[in-house]
Design a protein around this ligand. Structure first.
Ligand SMILES: Cc1cc2nc3c(=O)[nH]c(=O)nc-3n(C[C@H](O)[C@H](O)[C@H](O)COP(=O)(O)O)c2cc1C
Length: 227
């Protein structure tokens, strides 16, 4: 059999799939040691090398180590989380209030990832029909960082329970730039073998075959959609 050109050899290939399978959203168990600059730069470089529409590279990074800044973001989280809790009733509400949904103060560094969708870079290639692809490009960068962090033993937790307007105030983000992700980052002792939300009974993963269609979309689960 001829070797396919460009294909990774066995162990290298397995390592990529393992990083994908073993990546977790981490909200607890962060160690106090800050990440060395070299390591943080490797993670940022992984993010920065992500694909981007028209090669516009719209992603911007704010590294946050200052405790007072993290405390301000944490206060914003508590406020938003209180509002989120109020939208649930009964058992769901009890369950929601028992979840740990951020590690802003425990993780020694936080990272706000932004997108500058009006950057002239890329000369609008691909964005004339789909302007939102600038933000999609930033999401690709986030995923690269998340996977690179996993292989470095660094936990990453994404916190979206924040009003973007509060983040803008705290981090001085101009109106034209979009806050896409607020991440908590740090060394962790171990990674869970399954998503925490699954472990605590909030939601379960669906099997791949239930979301793959061939030749056209067939919405077999339309009745399950939220209004
Ligand atoms: C866009 C996005 C926003 C998220 N926001 C939060 C959040 O605010 N709080 C939280 O605890 N987890 C958050 N998560 C993590 C998800 O809950 C997690 O990815 C999912 O439960 C699957 O678990 P896993 O990442 O460990 O596989 C977010 C994930 C994504 C992709």
């Amino acid at each position: 059999m001829t070797m396919q050109r460009g294909r990774f050899a066995g162990q290298d290939r397995d390592a990529v799939y393992r990083a994908i399978a073993d990546r977790r959203d981490v909200r607890r168990g962060f160690l106090a040691d800050p990440l060395p600059n070299e390591l943080l730069n490797r993670l940022l470089a992984a993010a920065h090398s992500a694909p981007s529409v028209g090669l516009m590279q719209p992603t911007r990074f704010v590294v946050i180590r200052d405790l007072t800044v993290r405390q301000a973001v944490h206060a914003a989280f508590l406020e938003a989380n209180e509002q989120a809790l109020a939208s649930y009733t009964g058992e769901r509400r009890d369950q929601y209030s028992s979840l740990k949904l951020e590690g802003i103060l425990e993780a020694p560094q936080n990272l706000c990832i932004l997108s500058d969708p009006h950057s002239a870079r890329g000369h609008k290639l691909g964005r004339q029909t789909m302007p939102e692809t600038a933000i999609y490009s930033t999401v690709c960068a986030i995923q690269n960082l998340w996977l690179a962090a996993r292989v470095e033993g660094v936990g990453v937790g994404w916190v979206s329970i924040l009003h973007p307007a509060r983040l803008r105030e705290i981090l001085h983000i101009p109106a034209a730039v979009i806050p896409v992700a607020y991440l908590c980052l740090g060394y962790v002792e171990n990674f869970g073998s399954e998503p925490e939300l699954e472990r605590f009974g909030w939601e379960r993963r669906v099997p791949l075959q239930s979301v793959v269609y061939y030749d056209c979309y067939r919405d077999a689960h339309a009745e399950e959609q939220e209004p």
